[in-house]
Design a protein around this ligand. Structure first.
Ligand SMILES: [Zn+2]
Length: 341
């Protein structure tokens, strides 16, 4: 019997030597000392056939072998567990020298930034910000602005109609009418907002764009006041050297009307890519409020006069930031927008 037990021990030691993983160690344990079919468990059951002396001797040897099996496998399993912990430590190591991950924060759209800058300038000049609906009736969008019924701007090819007498406003000038109905002169308002025209989108056109409208009505207001106001605005906006010029133009709601240009903020007037070599950049339309517009809202044009102007934000934004396609402003592409944070 003792020979046999020695052989068993050699067999176990050899099998133990070939174990390379935790699961194999568990299998080895089952194979040798499993409660039902372990080799040593079976061996124990044969002890009853031996004489009492032999049984004591063999029982002791078998128990020693069982202890040996248990302790060797436990040692092996401890080793595997230790290695696993060490590997996990390496895998989950935190490199404190790595730079942290930046948390992106939101910021305002470039059009909004520009609008706020313009608002700040006019508010500091005593203007207040006026708002109006984006859906307008024929009266506000056209009639009250002295735009005759045959005028091409009223054509469905230019204007987004929503029914017989409703349309998306095609200019922020509509807010002039609301403002003059709400309060009596003297009044100074600017009205930033979205306007809509049936334009085919391209690099310089979009069917929806932003305007800022300005209106001042008081006694004795002249074209000189308009010039002085715009001069003050462009100097604060683009720098103290900025100059303006007026080119006669026609808009139904002003008389006389003029297009305003200002000297290029990039080259100062000598000509560059931004101003296409001319030295001037178009700001927008302006003029003295037409007497018919004042009459429509119940203001006596004999006692009061006023000026109005409008400027487009989108093209100005494109020029100032060097954007060569204004459609980028509305595509909500984060890669584009994050440049303005
Ligand atoms: Zn220029």
């Amino acid at each position: 019997m003792s020979e046999r037990i020695k052989q068993l021990r050699d067999d176990f030691d050899r099998e133990l030597g070939s174990v390379t993983a935790d699961l194999e160690a568990t299998a080895l344990r089952d194979r040798w000392i499993g409660r039902k079919s372990g080799l040593l468990t079976a061996e124990m059951k044969t002890l009853g056939k031996l004489s009492p002396d032999e049984r004591r001797e063999a029982g002791q040897r078998l128990n020693e072998l069982k202890d040996h099996v248990e302790s060797e496998i436990a040692l092996l399993q401890d080793g595997f567990a230790g290695r696993r912990d060490a590997e996990q430590l390496v895998r989950e190591r935190i490199d404190i020298t790595l730079p942290g991950r930046r948390i992106d924060s939101g910021h305002l759209h470039p059009i909004t930034l520009l609008r706020q800058k313009i608002e700040d300038i006019f508010v500091s000049m005593g203007y207040h910000i006026e708002d109006g609906p984006e859906i307008e009736t024929d009266f506000y969008n056209f009639d009250a602005l002295n735009i005759p019924s045959a005028h091409p701007a009223r054509s469905p090819q230019d204007t987004f109609y929503l029914g017989d007498h409703l349309a998306l406003r095609s200019q922020t000038s509509t807010v002039q009418i609301h403002a003059m109905q709400r309060r009596q002169p003297p009044l100074r308002v600017i009205a930033p907002g979205r306007v809509f025209r049936r334009d085919t989108p391209d690099a310089t056109h979009n069917p929806m764009f932003f305007q800022v409208e300005g209106l001042l009505v008081d006694r004795g207001i002249t074209l000189g006041d308009l010039k002085g106001t715009i001069e003050e605005f462009v100097r604060r906006m683009f720098g103290p050297e900025t100059m303006i010029r007026f080119r006669p133009s026609y808009f139904p709601f002003v008389e006389p009307g003029a297009e305003i240009d200002y000297t290029c903020f990039k080259c100062g007037g000598s000509g560059c890519r931004v101003c296409k070599g001319s030295g001037w950049i178009e700001m927008g339309g302006s003029g003295m409020v037409h007497p018919n517009v004042l009459k429509t809202v119940g203001i006596d044009p004999e006692q009061y006069s006023g000026f109005a102007f409008g400027l487009g934000l989108d093209r100005l934004c494109a020029l100032m930031y060097g954007i060569d396609d204004i459609r980028l402003l509305y595509e909500n592409d984060v890669r584009f927008l994050e440049q303005f944070s």
